[in-house]
Ligand binder design. Structure first.
Ligand code: SF4
Ligand code: F3S
Ligand code: FES
Length: 232
């Protein structure tokens, strides 16, 4: 079958504004949208810029807007995307070229919530133990692959780039509710700030966009509740 790819192109060194270009791509229904982008780049126009690495939904590098929704190009099959596929970069980020955006502000916000284990007690002789119930509290948020599909589908983030965004909150959640961690107070203080969790208006776009099926909005609600309980 033939699939028409409509791709938003932008080369800031040459173009004044983004524009759309169309490509005819031979495809099987079981091909992924990423396969078609490879076809365009390898056989039609080598100047197309895109990010991808694993091609198996693990690295999180190929989040893009496909048919109007943030998705991973390596996870969407042509039989689900249809014969006309529109592809554009994720929103709210500076476009470096075509489908490649500047991820540095996203990772700055991620680092700001200290997404690592903070343990002040001396290390035990063996491992830091945890019951299955304690582990279950943050299991969902360990699945994040930092693709940014959630943050860049959030209307609050589009309107206010200062908002820390759902991905950073998910990664803070992963440690705040870890029984071995002792940095929750610091993280909750950061997330209680103006740019933090209370900017979220429970729109659920982030949950819909997450390719890992993480209950992003629920994680945000957990963190909001932890901040409110801490104040009582
Ligand atoms: Fe991507 Fe989901 Fe992590 Fe957001 S929470 S960065 S959508 S994997
Ligand atoms: Fe945005 Fe998700 Fe909240 S889309 S408003 S962070 S529920
Ligand atoms: Fe790694 Fe798609 S290329 S998640």
């Amino acid at each position: 079958m033939e699939v028409r790819y409509r791709i938003k192109r932008f080369n800031p060194e040459r173009d004044r504004a983004p524009h759309w270009e169309e490509y005819k791509v031979p495809a099987e229904p079981t091909d992924r949208v990423l396969d078609g982008l490879h076809y365009v780049k390898w056989y039609i126009d080598g100047t197309l810029a895109l990010r991808r690495s694993c091609a198996h939904g693990i690295c999180g590098s190929d989040a893009m807007m496909i048919n109007g929704r943030n998705q991973l190009a390596c996870k969407i099959l042509i039989k689900d995307a249809g014969r006309r596929v529109t592809v554009e970069p994720i929103r709210g980020m500076r476009v470096i070229k075509d489908l490649v955006v500047d991820m540095e502000p996203f990772f700055e916000k991620y680092r700001a919530v200290m997404p690592w284990l903070i343990a002040h007690d001396p290390a035990p002789e063996a491992e830091r133990r945890q019951s299955p119930q304690e582990r279950a509290r943050f299991d969902d948020t360990t699945k994040c692959i930092l693709c940014a599909a959630c943050t860049t589908s959030c209307p609050i983030f589009w309107a206010d780039g200062e908002y820390v965004g759902p991905a950073a909150i998910v990664n803070a959640h992963r440690f705040i509710f870890d029984s071995r961690d002792q940095g929750a107070e610091q993280r909750l203080a950061i997330l209680a700030e103006r740019s933090g969790v209370f900017r979220c208006k429970t729109t659920f776009n982030c949950t819909d966009a997450c390719p890992r099926g993480i209950e992003v909005t629920k994680a945000i609600q957990d963190v909001k509740q932890a901040i409110l309980l801490r104040r009582i």
